[in-house]
Design a binder for this molecule. Structure first.
Ligand code: COA
Length: 260
């Protein structure tokens, strides 16, 4: 598929997805959301890709939010549909993706932009990054999972304050809150993400996908995290990756995981 709003670069086992609307600070319009949804689904199906990095084009923004110009005149029904569809086709999809996704937050991550970064499995930021959920300043609330994922990541009180004040926090505060795992200079951001991705890609992709599922299960109301862990743990014993990982350890060699 040809994409107009995103760019995909593949380098060995790592794919970098760049949201490419820099003149609009990479704001998420309908087409961009659809393209991202398709790209993530396709990359998940491509078993040569072991890690995905998501970033924004230009030096200013990761994503400055949902595209406000597209929903300014929406009705109650349209507003509800917008959130439901977006959550399903992109935000939940990314969170539950079997392939690990790292958000490389290279500037503003606001509203839907921060919500997208929070759907990724973890985040690394450049030192110019600014993060916030400014929705209440527009008379609306976060609708792409922000009221749920922000408290999960930084605690309820801090999330309440960020949501109610609509203020931005800088990269150091995000690091202090645990919203991002590392902060580096902007020109080092992708290199650090690729270094982390490289370490991840040496490990069993099947085990990693089970781990993602088990971790996420603990944060969902319709599943039990411990029960999911037990089930996923057991399933690992039936995989070729487990045979290879344990054989390699016993034979004192580096594992070469088949990804099955
Ligand atoms: N939706 C649509 N367009 C957006 C956008 C968004 N969320 N965020 C930025 N843009 C557009 C601006 O309208 C502007 O377009 P134009 O040049 O055609 O007028 C362009 O991106 C550049 O933004 P600008 O506001 O001029 O940059 P700035 O450096 O002065 O300010 C921000 C940067 C991020 C502080 C500011 O753009 C902003 O507040 N954006 C909205 C953030 C927001 O509320 N997001 C949550 C949406 S629910």
């Amino acid at each position: 598929m040809k994409y107009d709003n995103i760019i995909i670069d593949e380098e060995g086992a790592i794919a970098t997805v760049t949201i490419n609307r820099p003149s609009k600070l990479n704001a998420l319009n309908r087409d961009t959301i659809k393209e991202l949804s398709k790209a993530f689904s396709d990359l998940e199906d491509d078993h040569d890709i072991k890690v995905i990095i998501l970033t924004g084009s230009g030096e200013k923004a990761f994503v400055a939010g949902a595209d406000i110009s597209e929903f300014a005149d929406f009705s109650v029904k349209q507003g509800g549909k917008l959130a439901a569809k977006g959550q399903k086709i992109l935000f939940d999809l990314v969170e539950d993706l079997e392939t690990p996704v790292i958000a490389a937050v290279n500037g503003f991550a606001l509203g839907g932009g921060l919500e997208l970064a929070m759907s990724c499995h973890f985040r690394v930021a450049s030192d110019n990054a600014r993060m916030g959920l400014p929705e209440v300043s527009l008379g609306v609330i976060p609708g792409y999972g922000g009221t749920q994922r922000l408290p999960q990541l930084i605690g309820k009180g801090r999330a309440m304050e960020m949501i109610m004040t609509a203020s931005m926090i800088n990269a150091d505060q995000a690091l202090n809150y645990g919203l991002v795992n590392h902060v580096v200079a902007q020109n080092e951001l992708l290199d650090l993400c690729k270094k982390i991705a490289g370490k991840i890609s040496n490990n069993s992709p099947v085990a990693i996908s089970h781990a993602i599922k088990a971790v996420n299960a603990g944060f969902k109301h319709d599943s039990n995290g411990y029960a999911s862990e037990i089930k996923a743990f057991g399933e690992c014993f039936g995989t070729a990756d487990f045979k290879e990982g344990t054989s390699a350890f016993l034979e004192k060699r580096k594992a070469d995981f088949p990804g099955e």
